[in-house]
Design a protein around this ligand. Structure first.
Ligand code: Q9C
Ligand code: ZN
Length: 341
């Protein structure tokens, strides 16, 4: 299994996020990728830099105005006389919604963002673009015949929707990988999201489509981020009806409950008979994660990988969350090694 990794990820070093009423250092920090890189190298996987892709590749799943905002946001912020990290403080919530994008940087930022935990710094665009290229490269390897590949994406992607960013995510790396596989002739692509948090962005992107199945196992949004999506009754609409499936679990869930949900999710994926699989691989389900409340132990991640291999489908792994930084590499490598068997 080849690994796509770019050192450009380190240009996104967000500063602070709003967490439980306080500005705290970002949980999504550059050293996460360093631990993962060391662990996949220890596991003997070959690490390669991503290929370049035209900017238009992003527009297969994202809105053009949104991409242009991400590309230019920090320069506009500096032009307005500001420095450091950008966080929005006003959002088009229900009573404020209309079809107008404010021209000022603060209003524009609130328009495109959905939380105040996702700072943009000068290097955010370079890092997010490199992460997208890692996902597209891993998908390209699989399209060219590799049985599996791993995109070591940072920043992560699954909360980023067609035209909204948040949850530490800017561009939806997993959605880009899935779309690339579709564009390379894989007729049916399944996305299985095992991050602790619901993959609202991926769900949004494929909500009305029947060619990409979205299945997610995550903590209940009643109490857990992203709060407003990820409920079991969300199943897609129009042509996509039945092609989104959510498996929310209570806080405190252990491998026993997780494994049962994983079995149900894999039955849905298997029933779809996909030509390729994209796994949104968050390891914030780990018991030591500082912002999450599942109880998976390090020994369970290889078991997860083994179960995924049972689908016997070409598979692209895309890195999402995981904030217990010292264990993140071991847990990610555990899934990949379990998959390889
Ligand atoms: N007090 C991923 O794992 N922070 N994103 C919530 C609530 C956002 C997690 C703060 C968590 C986003 C990719
Ligand atoms: Zn997460």
């Amino acid at each position: 299994m080849k690994v796509a990794h770019s050192p450009l990820h380190a240009r996104h070093d967000g500063g602070k996020e709003l967490h439980r009423g306080e500005l705290v250092p970002c949980f999504e920090m550059p050293v996460r990728a360093d631990y993962i890189l060391a662990a996949v190298r220890r596991a003997g996987l070959e690490v390669l830099e991503p290929r370049p892709f035209p900017l238009e590749s992003l527009l297969r799943v994202h809105d053009a105005g949104f991409v242009e905002f991400l590309r230019t946001a920090h320069a506009e912020w500096r032009a307005a006389g500001k420095a450091g990290f950008m966080l929005p403080s006003g959002f088009p919530a229900r009573a404020l919604r209309r079809d107008h994008i404010p021209s000022g940087i603060n209003g524009k930022m609130g328009y495109y963002a959905f939380d105040a935990s996702t700072p943009i710094v000068e290097g955010t665009w370079d890092a997010a673009l490199a992460a997208a290229h890692c996902a597209l490269t891993a998908a390209a390897w699989v399209a060219e015949g590799d049985k599996s590949a791993y995109a070591l994406c940072r920043p992560p992607g699954h909360h980023a929707a067609r035209s909204v960013y948040g949850g530490y995510c800017f561009l939806n790396n997993a959605a880009l990988a899935a779309q690339h596989l579709r564009d390379q002739g894989f007729g049916r692509v399944a996305v299985l999201d095992v991050d602790y948090h619901h993959g609202n962005g991926t769900q949004d992107i494929f909500w009305e489509r029947s060619d990409v199945l979205f299945v997610s196992i995550h903590a209940t949004p009643e109490t857990e981020y992203p709060y407003f999506l990820g409920y079991a009754d969300e199943r897609g609409e129009g042509a996509g009806e039945g092609y989104t499936r959510n498996f929310p679990l209570p806080r405190g869930s252990t491998w026993k409950e997780y494994d049962t949900a994983l079995g149900a999710a894999l039955d849905v994926v298997g029933g779809f008979a996909p030509d390729a699989l994209v796994v949104s691989l968050g390891v914030d389900t780990y018991e030591g994660d500082p912002i999450s409340a599942f109880k998976l132990a390090t020994e369970h991640f290889p078991l997860m990988g083994r179960r995924l291999a049972g689908l016997k489908v070409p598979t692209v792994f895309v890195q999402e969350g995981g904030y217990a930084v010292e264990e993140i590499g071991t847990n990610v490598a555990g899934v990949l090694e379990g998959f390889l068997g």
